[in-house]
Design a protein around this ligand. Structure first.
Ligand SMILES: [Zn+2]
Length: 98
């Protein structure tokens, strides 16, 4: 196991985490491969009433009113459906399941 002496000279080595090795700490995460998180958009069958495009997707959005699960045309961003989603979006509380 590769080890490096701790700066400051206390003598206790710490483990160097390498790619593909599962770290033991909850506070150590692998470097993300993507530049930014990507929200998955579920395809929905149908036609946009505004522009006639068939590329409709369902995904959560955050607006001034909170989180909503929307169906939007990907060509003109017309909203076909907009219903309230979970209070904290992607964060699920145990109390929400009660
Ligand atoms: Zn459209």
């Amino acid at each position: 196991m590769p080890g490096v002496s701790r700066p400051g000279g206390c003598g206790a080595p710490f483990t160097v985490v390498t790619a593909g090795v599962s770290p033991m700490s909850n506070f150590v995460f692998a470097r993300p491969a993507e530049a930014a998180p990507v929200q998955a958009r579920e395809p929905v069958a149908g036609v946009c009433p505004e522009c006639g495009a068939e590329d409709l997707r369902r995904y959560p959005v955050l607006s001034e009113g909170g989180w909503f699960l929307v169906v939007k045309c990907q060509a003109c961003l017309c909203s076909l459906s907009r219903e309230p989603w979970r209070r904290l979006g992607h964060v699920e509380l145990l109390s929400d399941a009660l």
